[in-house]
Design a protein around this ligand. Structure first.
Ligand code: MIG
Length: 767
């Protein structure tokens, strides 16, 4: 596309190239991270906020012409830039990692006119026409590449042989493998290959295509028709390393408030004050631990955002404070659409200030969502974000503790917003085509800033639409799944791929949103979903009730036991979030994340790891009471029975309806708390440590669970270690927060209570 490479110039780390038909640059940001760029450098990145890498040290060890192009070398890698801005990446020893595909694309025409009509007549799926894109990067598939990431896409863990679009889409049909797009656009993937691993982040908010070897067995490609050629290449030996660099670029999820790791109960909608109170009462009476109840769109007055319906919620402050005393935190939904209505302050103020997106003619653009005719805040404009941020006070002043952003793809009822509708891009004039995929991301950013300002605590935001980097502001749920087994099955690879896309705080609607749940589906879903960071039961207006008690006592008892299990593991989850904030390693991890040398793990769709210590192998099929479990290398302990099992093999595991097969790696130390009805119900003075024989160590972290004080050192951090001899040691590494009074070590039926000495140390003999 850019034609022959003519010459190059090096300025610091940046090497710029002149081609026959344009220019480009290649910049190492680190020894293993390169940015490849050609286009309009004034388009602001929505994902990458810090560019401090670029200022840093000199990274290029050599830049020189050779046959085939110009080689830019760092200590670890090199990139060979050639005609048409092809870039091949090599290890320092000269072995290739990822090379451009230099052949032609195999373009085939779609169906002929007549055939199309025939097929369309019965509503058949029409094969896509394979067309060229303005920006197209083809990389060779040279072996047994597996691809992971790409956000929330449907289907399975390994994305090889599938093709997707990045275009935030709200399609309420049951989502299946052939869907090309869902709510989120995260144009990042990692490749596991025999030659090493790498990640590619194509930083464009324009609609893009990722064909991961569906069109051809010889190459995969990513492409767009507008915007820049702007991608980051990250090389590494392991997937965790690559994710660390990707999240260094796009940001990490900040440590959440502790209560957000508890159980959330939701439904579209708990419509009245009485109903919300009733749900709270039931949860407490039936002793199902719960921290949060979510209010869907019906709490508002005729779906007007930042209002309360005065009849159904006459005194939100009183209600929320009463629920607060019982340990419930209330999360309210907020959509972007603002109802067109004279006298509605938000609408009037926004109109006066020109805060809504407009048609090219300058007229405010109107489409329909829940409130009927609505207008759409221009979140690309920093002033609009600041205005939106200020609105959060209307919620926090009533006691709201979290905000759930929905419909922010943005979804609209009267057709999609036309491409030429005018949006701002940080003050630059832009259009819907450019801003669509960033809309939810920027809304979440405004919400985050607003909550931070109004409440001061770590903001809790949930969003449906995302772009790369949304993890800095928000958690996410996977939108409108259905109460069908296929969607319980999909939940595992979908949450794993979101996690590998930099979004660690994720979950699905437990028991499914659309369609009707069954008792068995509810149970298998809570047995799986109790491990997702965002642990919420939610369902649609029209669906049968699926609260924990909806199917009788036997179901309730099993359901409760998994909520309780989760509450005992909250300190472990919190440790994982601490680790995530520092390294980008997510909470949910597919097996390949830690065992990529073992091909058995490459496509595991029905098991996952929680951190590096726990492995869950839930039952995902109706009627099934035993399943095959693959345990990777090492020794594992059955969580329920305690017996040791040698790994690197498949076992047949009994799994009656009340059992989610769960395993702990030998040498693990699992921090646990007693069951509480909500986080903070009990004052926890003792930390339980479940220890599984073997060798291992971990860090344990504790703070007030709420404020940003930890950033100024207000936290306690411990290091625990167990040796194969049975010697256990504890050390308090940082004492910026009240330490535990004691540790309760539990190992193979034995219990030892320990207190730390004045120097913050303790030790014990476990076996
Ligand atoms: O399409 O607010 O995904 O969680 O309950 C309906 C009503 C709009 C879609 C969300 C869903 C929510 C529902 N919303």
């Amino acid at each position: 596309m850019l034609g022959k490479l003519l010459d190059f110039k090096q300025e610091g780390n940046r090497v710029s190239f002149r081609f026959e038909k344009g220019e480009g640059s290649l910049t190492p940001l680190k020894e293993t991270v390169f940015r490849v760029f050609s286009g309009d450098s004034t388009i602001p990145s929505k994902a990458v906020e810090k560019t401090e890498h670029e200022a840093g040290k000199a990274l290029c060890t050599e830049v020189c012409r050779e046959e085939g192009g110009v080689r830019v070398s760092t200590r670890c890698m090199s990139a060979l830039v050639g005609d048409d801005f092809s870039v091949d990446f090599y290890w320092a020893d000269g072995s290739p990692l990822c090379r451009e595909y230099r052949g032609e694309r195999t373009l085939s025409k779609g169906l002929g006119e007549e055939e199309r009509e025939l097929m369309a007549g019965e509503g058949h799926f029409l094969a896509e026409e394979k067309k060229r894109h303005k920006i197209e990067v083809l990389k060779a598939i040279e072996g047994d590449e597996c691809f992971y990431g790409l956000g929330d896409k449907t289907g399975f863990l390994n994305k090889r042989h599938y093709a997707y679009d990045m275009w935030n889409t709200d399609n309420p049909d049951p989502q299946v493998d052939s869907f090309r797009a869902l709510y989120k656009s995260i144009p990042f993937f990692m490749a596991r290959t025999d030659r090493g691993d790498y990640g590619i982040f194509f930083d464009t908010t324009y609609k893009s295509v990722f064909d991961m070897g569906k069109e051809s067995r010889d190459y995969y490609y990513f492409a767009a028709d507008e915007g820049n050629l702007d991608y980051y290449f990250i090389g590494g030996d392991t997937l965790p390393e690559i994710l660390t660099e990707y999240t260094a670029l796009t940001g990490r999820a900040p440590l959440p408030q502790l209560w957000t790791l508890g159980y959330h109960q939701s439904r579209w909608s708990y419509k009245t004050e009485e109903e919300v109170q009733y749900i709270g009462n039931m949860l407490r009476k039936l002793r199902v631990p719960c921290d949060s109840i979510h209010l869907d769109i019906d709490y508002m007055e005729r779906y007007k955002v930042f209002t309360w319906d005065k009849e159904r919620f006459p005194d939100p402050k009183r209600l929320l404070s009463h629920l607060g005393e019982e340990g419930f935190k209330i999360v309210t939904i907020i959509d972007p659409g603002v109802k067109v209505e004279e006298g509605y302050p938000l609408y009037e103020e926004g109109m006066k200030k020109g805060y809504f997106v407009t048609a090219p003619s300058g007229e405010t653009y109107v489409n329909a969502v829940w409130p009927g005719d609505s207008v759409f805040p221009d979140f690309g404009n920093p002033q609009v974000r600041a205005w939106w941020a200020r609105q959060q006070k209307l919620l926090t002043s009533a006691g709201v503790r979290g905000v759930w952003n929905d419909m922010n793809e943005p979804a609209t009822f009267r057709g999609e917003i036309p491409g030429d509708i005018v949006f701002s891009d940080e003050g630059q004039k832009a259009d819907h085509t450019r801003m669509h995929n960033a809309y939810g991301h920027l809304m979440a950013k405004a919400t985050y800033e607003g909550l931070k300002e109004a409440d001061g605590r770590r903001p809790f935001v949930i969003t449906r639409a995302c772009y790369a980097g949304t993890q800095k502001y928000s958690t996410a749920w996977t939108g409108d799944n259905h109460s069908i087994w296929a969607h319980l099955q999909m939940a595992v690879p979908q949450l794993c791929n979101l996690s590998l896309s930099g979004m660690p705080f994720v979950g699905t609607d437990i028991a499914g949103f659309g369609s009707d749940a069954t008792p068995e589906l509810l149970l298998r879903w809570v047995e799986t979903g109790c491990f997702s960071p965002l642990f919420r039961n939610h369902c649609c207006l029209s669906a049968v009730r699926q609260e924990p008690w909806a199917f009788g006592k036997d179901v309730l008892d099993i359901y409760r036991s998994y909520v309780e299990l989760r509450y005992t593991l909250i300190p472990y989850y919190y440790d994982l979030f601490r680790e995530e904030e520092q390294t980008g390693r997510p909470i949910l991890r597919p097996l390949v994340f830690h065992y990529e040398k073992d091909p058995e793990t490459w496509e595991t769709n029905d098991q996952f790891l929680i951190g590096d210590r726990l492995l869950a192998a839930p039952v995902l099929q109706q009627g099934v009471r035993r399943r095959v479990v693959y345990l990777p290398e090492g020794t594992w302990y059955d969580f329920w029975k305690g017996e040791a099992i040698e790994g690197k093999r498949a076992i047949l595991q009994e799994a009656p309806l009340d059992t989610c097969p769960l395993y702990v790696k030998a040498g693990s130390i699992l921090p646990r708390w007693p069951v509480q009805q909500y986080v903070g119900e009990k004052e926890i003075r003792e930390l339980i440590l479940d220890i599984y024989p073997g060798e291992g160590s971990c860090l344990h972290y504790r703070d007030d669970g709420e404020s940003f004080g930890y950033r100024e050192g207000a936290y306690a951090e411990y290091r625990f270690e167990v040796e194969s001899s049975g010697r256990f040691t504890a050390e308090l590494l940082h004492a910026g927060y009240t330490p535990y009074e004691s540790l309760l070590l539990r190992c193979r039926g034995k219990e030892i209570r320990l207190s730390l000495s004045g120097e913050g140390k303790a030790e014990a003999k476990l076996w």
